[in-house]
Design a protein around this ligand. Structure first.
Ligand SMILES: Cc1ncc(COP(=O)(O)O)c(C=O)c1O
Length: 377
């Protein structure tokens, strides 16, 4: 189906195209190369941390991070169910057990009180998720993690650039994961990164990302033998994509400003529709509106009917997120309806509306008109 208003549109300009062309035309350096080194430096500086390590995806990045932190069999890791499935899957990749905790309504992030209830002797880490560009209650979660001596790993896949009191998400825990997949605020098509202040984590990640090889030099540019010192994967971001990441990162603040402006306009148009709650921005937070999530009063049937109405009008409204624990895969592991009542209730209310920098007032007026028509005709 061609949507009149798609959920997201990727932003690119001639600088992105020239950057990718430059690497392609070099006739080498497509896999490894200097743009990876520069991109990681620039990303770390932007995130306000010492190190960044790029990966082929956010999922690969999280997988490698859990390995780097020696999380494995016998360990429990507390995660939300209101997230993309790979937050929980990464825990399974390393042989550990994901333990789902509830979320709270203000930010859709982990509820720190429920997290504390779910801690056992086996708990090793907590992975809070910053949903759709809004920081979760990470300071409270950090206090819980410190009190119980647990690792705090941020899934900031959707929220590069979001802040609390000016501090970027991804810099609160021992490390943060960023996704550069399609619909994110900046994108390399597929891609991801870990940001961290820890030299140990940084060095481990570099080994895990590239076959356990001691990459003291660029592998494809040297004839020297670089030894393999541990088991590793090929989880590398290509140099072509790193070049794109650099030009994308240069415009991130401009893209965030445009998203914030559009979100403010859309909220203004929707604020008098009593059946809809528009997204809010808690004090001291900067929401980057990677997603524009509304809550729909009247239960799941009403929400689903609104989605259907908008979809029929060509507006690509979509549910983010159906609970992970109710997917077929997690149900096959014994989870069922009722396991997380609050998460399930919130998930039945949410609807994500199109949001991107080039969304026009005309398009937002059309969305508001159709939502009003649904409730009032
Ligand atoms: C919350 C969350 N976690 C993890 C991921 C996984 O990232 P990727 O798609 O780059 O593997 C995503 C991505 O879409 C996400 O939204």
């Amino acid at each position: 189906m061609t949507w009149k208003i798609p959920l997201f549109k990727l932003h690119s300009d001639s600088k992105d195209i020239n950057a990718v062309s430059r690497i392609i035309k070099s006739g080498m350096n497509w896999a490894t190369g200097d743009d990876i080194v520069f991109f990681e430096r620039e990303l770390a500086a932007y995130a306000g941390v010492k190190y960044a390590v790029s990966f082929s995806s956010g999922t690969a990045a999280l997988h490698a991070l859990l390995l780097a932190l020696h999380i494995g069999k016998g360990d429990e890791v507390i995660v939300p169910s209101f997230t993309f499935i790979s937050t929980a899957n990464a825990v399974l990749f390393v042989g550990a057990t994901p333990v789902f905790a509830e979320i709270e309504r203000e930010t859709f992030g982990l509820d720190y009180k429920d997290v504390e209830r779910k801690i056992t002797k086996k708990t090793k880490a907590i992975i809070p998720v910053h949903i759709g560009g809004l920081a979760c209650k990470i300071e409270e979660l950090k206090r819980v993690a410190e009190k119980h001596k647990l690792l705090l790993i941020e899934d900031a896949a959707e929220s590069l650039g979001a802040t609390i009191k000016g501090k970027k998400v991804g810099s609160f825990g021992c490390a943060g994961m960023i996704s550069l997949c399609g619909p994110k605020v900046i994108s390399t098509g597929e891609g991801g990164a870990i940001v961290t202040d820890s030299r140990d984590i940084y060095e481990q990640l570099r080994l895990l990302r590239s076959h356990g090889r001691a990459d003291t030099k660029d592998y494809f540019k040297t004839t020297e033998y670089l030894d393999y010192i541990q088991l590793g994967y090929n989880f590398r971001l290509s140099n072509i994509l790193a070049a794109l990441g650099r030009t994308q990162l240069k415009k991130i603040e401009k893209l965030i400003t445009a998203r914030r402006k559009n979100s403010a306009y859309l909220s203004q148009q929707l604020k008098n529709i009593h059946e809809i709650s528009v997204p809010t921005e808690p004090k001291n937070n900067r929401h980057i509106f990677q997603m524009y999530i509304v809550r729909v009063g009247g239960g799941k049937n009403k929400r689903d009917a609104l989605q259907k109405h908008l979809n029929e009008k060509g507006i690509m409204a979509k549910v983010y997120f159906p609970p992970v624990h109710l997917s077929q895969f997690y149900k096959s592991k014994g989870f069922k309806k009722g396991h997380l009542p609050e998460t399930e209730a919130i998930s039945n209310e949410v609807l994500t509306l199109p949001m991107f920098p080039t969304l026009t007032k005309h398009e937002m007026d059309f969305m508001a008109k159709e939502i009003k028509a649904f409730f009032h005709e």
